[in-house]
Write a protein of this length. Structure first.
Length: 224
């Protein structure tokens, strides 16, 4: 672990949580990921070896602990105390740097992994429902994702689950990301065809109610 050579509490805290990728790993744990593969899906551009090192560093710092029964990782009281810190970073980023999204930031897998955490299961169809998302601006092998679930649970599939699709959602990554981020209105993008829904009318109508936006979508951009 690199040190700043300062006794300042901010410096000492950053020695633990300021390493590249570490705040995003903590974000994943706060959002409910626990297994190694789940955490990696939320931070896919970190190598498995580096993710292992970062997790071990957090264990050694008593920010997370390993559940021996499940093999997963859990936040300790010290880790949970970082929740408002991480949320404040998200609010700050949404307010002050939300417009600085480059083409390299539009990633369908990260978008879908984040979206599946914000599906309102209380209004999602009670019976098993399969929703297929097709992104028109990425290579074919990366263009399809399936949400499979009911009011009791939800699973994101990156390979065809072989269930009959109840609702098709066709769009491009940029459009859905900007909707998710609160920069574009979902209803307008559906009405102008940028997000095309194909399936029973009741599922098309319900789509807007069970698809909640990103956690920080309601944060207004700063006026500079």
């Amino acid at each position: 672990m690199k040190t700043y050579g300062q006794f300042c509490s901010i410096a000492k805290a950053l020695e633990v949580i300021g390493e590249r990728w570490t705040p995003l790993i903590i974000r994943e744990l706060i959002c409910g990921s626990s297994r190694f593969n789940e955490i990696h899906r939320g931070v896919p551009r970190i190598s498995p070896a580096l993710l292992t090192k970062r997790l071990n560093d957090l264990v050694n710092a008593d920010v997370i602990t390993r559940n021996k029964a499940t093999g997963g990782y859990e936040l300790t009281p010290a880790g949970w105390e970082l929740k408002p810190v991480v949320e404040s970073l998200g609010v700050w980023g949404q307010r002050w740097v939300r417009g600085q999204i480059g083409e390299q930031d539009f990633d369908p897998e990260i978008l879908m992994w984040d979206m599946r955490r914000r599906i309102d299961l209380s209004v999602f169809p009670g019976q098993q429902t399969c929703v297929c998302f097709e992104f028109t601006d990425v290579p074919d092998k990366q263009s399809l994702f399936w949400l499979l679930g009911s009011s009791s649970g939800l699973e994101l599939c990156i390979t065809d689950p072989k269930f009959e699709v109840d609702l098709y959602v066709t769009t491009d990554v940029r459009t859905l990301t900007l909707v998710w981020n609160g920069d574009l209105r979902l209803a307008k993008k559906i009405s102008d065809g940028a997000i095309d829904l194909h399936g029973p009318k009741h599922l098309q109508t319900a789509f807007q109610s069970w698809l909640q936006l990103g956690l920080f979508a309601g944060v207004s951009a700063a006026r500079t």
